[in-house]
Design a protein around this ligand. Structure first.
Ligand SMILES: *[C@@H]1O[C@H](CO)[C@@H](O)[C@H](O)[C@H]1NC(C)=O
Length: 293
């Protein structure tokens, strides 16, 4: 499915990147990437939890499974170790909600009045074939599976004693019920399988010694279940005051003004919600772009 999408990517990344850069430069004074710059690397540090592993750790581009650690760590000690890792799902498609916002934003560009006289970015984005379909809805992409397999291999190489064959059945994976998280857990286990059985195709996760990942939304999606959080924060207008103040405050107005000027659309047609959609879009594109090289 990705293969079909591929052909649109090279043309689509650049205008989206420039728009993201226009947004980001308002926050962080980063300049527009010049021609030939690796766009993903210039912008990636600004994507927070959506930053690619290889941008956070450039060594991965050299060898994605080589462990890098302080050689002294645990060397020659007799220290009991329990490893607890909180792992985010791998690279995924945008969600249906994000796709809808992007389509709205593009609709805005297509109906804008001043079509000539300037912004190539706006023109390119208006013409851009939005190849996202609702079915994609935040699902893991193949690169996301690879992220997880390689993460498993790195962890296993980093803690060889902990990830020994004898310990395999002591491993416990807990995941939320989100399909991208369940799929990430399965890919992680398949990566470990590669570690123990190089060259053999991994079986279904339900047939592995450690058992399949266990779904526990009460733990992994505590924000949907924790009554205290729901009443004290999520449904509490006072607690969320600063979120609203930020969305409508002077800094956001500055960003909206800048983006409206770049896209040549009326400023009142933009708000914090619809321009926020550009962030996941660009983080997804800069990750998927890797598939083209
Ligand atoms: C709502 O949030 C405010 C500010 O954080 C806090 O002082 C207040 O106790 C919260 N209300 C409830 C019902 O938890």
């Amino acid at each position: 499915m990705l293969r079909g999408a591929r052909s649109h990517l090279p043309a689509s990344v650049a205008p989206a990147a420039v728009l993201a850069a226009a947004l980001l430069s308002s926050f962080a004074r980063c300049s527009l990437p010049g021609r030939g710059d690796p766009v993903a690397s210039v912008l990636s540090p600004y994507f927070g939890t959506k930053t690619r592993y290889e941008d956070a750790n450039p060594w991965l581009l050299v060898d994605p499974v080589a462990p890098r650690r302080d050689p002294e760590l645990l060397a020659g000690t007799c220290t009991p170790v329990q490893l607890v890792a909180l792992i985010r799902h791998g690279t995924r498609y945008p969600t249906t909600k994000q796709i809808r916002k992007l389509k709205q934003l593009q609709g805005l560009l297509q109906t804008r009045e001043s079509r000539d006289g300037g912004s190539q970015v706006a023109a390119a984005l208006a013409e851009w074939p939005l190849w996202y379909g609702d079915w994609m809805d935040g699902q893991l992409v193949e690169k996301g599976r690879q992220d997880m397999r390689q993460l498993a291999l790195r962890l296993a190489a980093l803690f060889p004693d902990l990830f020994s064959r004898e310990n395999y059945d002591r491993l416990r994976l807990i995941t939320s019920s989100k399909h991208r998280c369940v799929d990430s857990s399965a890919a992680f286990l398949q990566g470990l399988w590669q570690h123990y059985h190089p060259g053999l195709p991994p079986p279904d996760v339900s047939d592995m010694e450690c058992g399949p990942p266990r779904i526990n939304d009460k733990l992994m999606r505590f924000f949907d279940h924790c009554e205290k959080f729901l009443t004290d924060v999520e449904r509490n207008e006072t607690a969320l005051y600063h979120v609203e103040a930020f969305k409508t405050g002077p800094e956001m107005q500055k960003v909206l003004k800048k983006v409206a000027a770049t896209l040549q659309v009326p400023m009142n047609s933009l708000n914090a919600g619809n321009i926020h959609a550009v962030f996941p879009l660009h983080s997804v594109l800069s990750s998927l772009e890797v598939l083209n090289v």
